[in-house]
Design a protein around this ligand. Structure first.
Ligand SMILES: NC(=O)c1ccc[n+]([C@@H]2O[C@H](COP(=O)([O-])OP(=O)(O)OC[C@H]3O[C@@H](n4cnc5c(N)ncnc54)[C@H](O)[C@@H]3O)[C@@H](O)[C@H]2O)c1
Length: 457
């Protein structure tokens, strides 16, 4: 398989070199003639200077070059024409507003379009650069200005870290690949087959949009962890604690890094209270404004998250007055009757305030919930709690699911079909099986973190 790589910078050069080491024929092309000359001079032994330093790279480049498995050129058209895969690994530097400058990516896409128009053939164009979600679509549109034949635009964001780039590329812990077709998926499996032992492939295939966003999600998780670490370290220093000796105990909490299932925010007795206390401690101890504001924003985001289903419902029904709405789940999570900081405490009063009639169910937390409503002085005239979860849905316009009790997981769709006056389901905890609700066809389903299904209303 011939592969071309646009951009012989840090990512392009390492990626091209590693693919050539796997036995693929690689053509690296760049608009910078000096860079290309200096790489060729290095490969031919005429100089010892490579534009980038990375352990293991010089040896791979010289060997592959000698074996004619890698070449370097500024003739982008030839490189594109001869290859099946065209990786785009050009820079995407931030502009003054922090937005990725996609002009280099666009210019490669135009070049690919021109080549395909002149010499049509099937190609997989791959965004290797870090690009915002939607860029695969953007590249496709540019190419379609020139060419309407079959081609694929995929996303395969680079995950190597400088300083160990060659090892990261030769022994990746996982690869992220966004494709649209089975054909492209198979070609990627073939391309990367030698990186993994048979049956041990760690390629995560998904839609191009998911792949593009995965890269940003990982970096933002990591960046947030660095920021939070420094908030704790600053506080520790001021409070006479030692962050270093805390680290093993903090990392001993195996949940850290694993709370990746989205929902209606966190509830329960601890998170809100403890983050609030830490916010106050940093403030009192004279910590920096940015440090405690970061924690405040965590709390604010969480409160806003609790209202995600209400926001969708408001869009569908700008007028809720007199409408019957079913709610499943009052406790802050399954398997408990604890309602402290539960999403239900925000969601239901909001519906009642807008004049909706709420019929709610929870296997354990009904009493606690009603008690709390009283304490909060919420007018509960239009709130009814029922013992049968399906009774809540009778003649209701919509079903809102706020927690993840097991009994909500496998609903009787026929009962829901005959009970709900509008087949509208808003799931705040990913409780329903996404694929099976898609198959139902006649339910409009909204959930967190995935596209809505069957928009009917
Ligand atoms: N450097 C990293 O550690 C790293 C890691 C992961 C992802 N990334 C991402 O990978 C992308 C590339 O990063 P980099 O560090 O390799 O950038 P770089 O600036 O080192 O290299 C980009 C290269 O692209 C070339 N180029 C520009 N326009 C071109 C065109 N039309 N045709 C051919 N070549 C062209 C430039 O001349 C340059 O040599 C960026 O999106 C970056 O965010 C970088």
């Amino acid at each position: 398989m011939i592969i071309s790589v646009a951009g012989s910078g840090f990512v392009g050069l390492v990626h091209g070199a590693v693919l050539s080491k796997q036995g693929h024929k690689v053509i690296l092309f760049d608009i910078n003639q000096d860079k290309i000359n200096s790489i060729i001079n290095f490969c031919e032994g005429k100089s010892n200077d490579l534009p980038i330093f990375e352990e293991g790279l010089p040896e791979i480049l010289r060997t592959s070059y000698k074996n004619k498995l890698i070449e370097f050129t500024t003739d982008s058209k030839r490189a594109i024409r001869e290859s099946t895969f065209v990786f785009i690994a050009v820079g995407t530097p931030p502009d003054a507003n922090g937005k990725a400058d996609l002009s280099y990516v666009d210019s490669v896409a135009h070049k690919i379009g021109e080549v395909l128009k002149e010499t049509p053939s099937y190609k997989i164009i791959v965004n290797k650069s870090t690009v915002p979600v939607g860029t695969a679509r953007r590249v496709r549109k540019i190419i379609e200005q020139y060419y309407q034949g079959e081609f694929e635009v995929a996303s395969n964001p680079e995950t190597l870290a400088e300083g160990r780039a060659v090892m990261d590329s030769l022994y990746p812990n996982r690869l992220i690949v966004g494709v649209e077709s089975e054909k492209a998926r198979k070609l990627f499996e073939e391309l990367y087959s030698s990186l993994f032992s048979p049956g041990q492939s760690r390629i995560h295939f998904m839609a191009p949009e998911s792949s593009e966003l995965t890269k940003y999600a990982c970096n933002t998780y990591l960046a947030s962890q660095v920021a939070l670490t420094n908030v704790f370290a600053n506080l520790a220093k001021k409070a006479g604690a030692n962050w270093r000796e805390m680290i093993p105990a903090v990392l001993g909490d195996e949940r850290i890094g694993r709370f990746v299932h989205p929902g209606l925010g966190f509830g329960g007795s601890c998170f809100m209270k403890d983050v609030s206390q830490l916010y106050n401690t940093i403030k009192e101890i004279g910590g920096s404004e940015q440090d405690f504001q970061l924690l405040k924003q965590v709390l604010e985001q969480n409160e806003n998250q609790k209202m995600q289903l209400n926001i969708v419902l408001d869009r569908i029904y700008p007028e809720l007055n007199g409408k019957k709405i079913a709610v499943w789940g009052l406790a802050f999570k399954k398997d408990t009757n604890d309602i402290r900081e539960a999403a239900s405490l925000k969601v239901i009063p909001d519906l009642l305030k807008k004049g909706a009639k709420v019929i709610a169910h929870d296997p354990q937390a009904s009493e606690e919930f009603m008690h709390e409503m009283k304490k909060l002085n919420v007018d509960t005239t239009n709130l009814m709690i029922v013992e049968d979860m399906y009774e809540a849905t009778k003649d209701s316009e919509a079903l809102l699911i706020l927690n993840d009790w097991k009994l909500y997981r496998r609903p009787d769709y026929n009962q829901l079909r005959s009970n709900l006056s509008k087949r509208l389901i808003l799931d705040g905890k990913d409780v329903f099986n996404y694929e099976s609700i898609k198959e139902q066809k006649d339910f409009e389903y909204h959930c967190i973190g995935r596209p809505s299904v069957n928009i009917l209303l």
